[in-house]
Design a protein around this ligand. Structure first.
Ligand code: ASP
Length: 341
């Protein structure tokens, strides 16, 4: 009995001593060794399979691959999910292929009015901007709203002025307009004339937002979305992308979500939050919750689009009801993979 007591005391003391000499970082494990996951989308507005020119398809897959590599670089070096989401979306905003930042679709006046939002699943904090016309990277303005104000959403001139005051890069509104988008806008204008009712390429150019969700090696989820909205939208129209709970949502207890598609439907049905709510309150696994929102709620009402979602365990869901959705995944254990159809 005495021997047993002695051994017990010995091990307890040893455990305590070990805890004292072991640095805190070793107790929480080296984060770089832990799992991380990143998912992106480049919009649900792509054309039907077989109708996109191979060169164009390659441009998209190359850019999506590059975006994944950029995100992987942030997360594999121990960066957090918010930084990964912002960095990836900035790259996609700067890439003229996507309907966000440079290359955004144009509104009825031929202007680019941009929306973006970001959410931190760890703190529940969120930031967004809508109808900005001068800040080069709206996602960074959204993050600044989250981190440097008491508010969630700033719009229009106030948002542009705020971004400028915070030192974010400001550009002339013409910076966002690419020749392709201008041509599509002109075609769409023509189409609205009764004497010219034939279909144009503008229909295919209506959508194409960018989004990113990430789980970092510390177990934190984040989500972000950025867009030019929908081609020929009314001046001042705001879609789902900058609306927390509609186009973007993140909660460490459930999942991170970024949506793309016909924004009015996503707003009316709180699409992004609905995925999380079904996991939390109906105990659905991620895929079931995400499919339910896209197919049973939105598609059933005529709302086309898709979403990317990532849960706290690293599971991924990417449902879409459109012809295509540009998307990709990468993780600490899987190489970059890009998909369109
Ligand atoms: N959801 C965006 C909007 O309605 C458009 C898109 O995702 O393509 O503004």
């Amino acid at each position: 009995m005495r021997t047993i007591l002695f051994l017990l005391a010995f091990f307890l003391a040893g455990g305590w001593l070990f805890a004292q000499v072991t640095p805190a970082t070793a107790v929480t494990a080296n984060p770089v060794d832990k799992r991380w996951v990143l998912v992106i989308h480049g919009g649900a507005g792509g054309p039907a399979k077989g109708t996109m020119k191979p060169e164009k398809e390659k441009q998209y897959t190359d850019s999506l691959n590059k975006a994944l590599q950029i995100g992987a670089g942030v997360l594999s070096s121990g960066g957090n999910s918010l930084d990964a989401v912002e960095t990836v979306i900035r790259f996609m905003e700067n890439c003229p292929l996507f309907n966000a930042g440079k290359g955004a679709v144009l509104n009825e006046d031929g202007k680019a009015e941009l929306d973006a939002s970001i959410m931190d699943g760890k703190t529940g904090q969120a930031g967004a901007v809508a109808c900005v016309t001068m800040v080069k990277n709206p996602i960074s303005a959204a993050r600044a709203v989250m981190e440097k104000t008491q508010h969630v959403l700033l719009i229009g001139k106030g948002a542009d002025d705020f971004a400028k005051a915070k030192g974010l890069e400001i550009v002339d509104p013409s910076y966002f307009i690419t020749p392709e988008r201008l041509e599509a806008w002109k075609a769409a204008k023509q189409k609205t004339r009764p004497e010219q009712p034939s279909p144009t390429s503008a229909d295919k150019e209506k959508k194409g937002t960018v989004g990113c969700v990430a789980l970092d090696s510390y177990g934190n989820l984040s989500a972000g979305t950025s867009t030019g909205g929908m081609m020929m939208k009314m001046s001042g129209r705001v879609g789902d992308s900058p609306i927390i709970g509609a186009g973007t949502y993140a909660d460490n207890n459930s999942c991170a979500v970024s949506c793309t598609g016909h924004g009015e439907f996503f707003i009316r049905n709180s699409a992004a939050y609905s995925v999380s709510a079904q996991m939390l309150y109906a105990n659905k696994p991620l895929k079931e919750a995400a499919d339910f929102v896209i197919f049973d709620i939105l598609k059933a009402k005529g709302g086309e689009g898709g979403l990317i979602a990532l849960d706290k365990d690293g599971n991924i869901a990417t449902p879409f009801s459109s012809n295509a959705m540009f998307r990709g995944t990468v993780s600490s254990v899987t190489p970059p993979e890009v998909m369109i159809y």
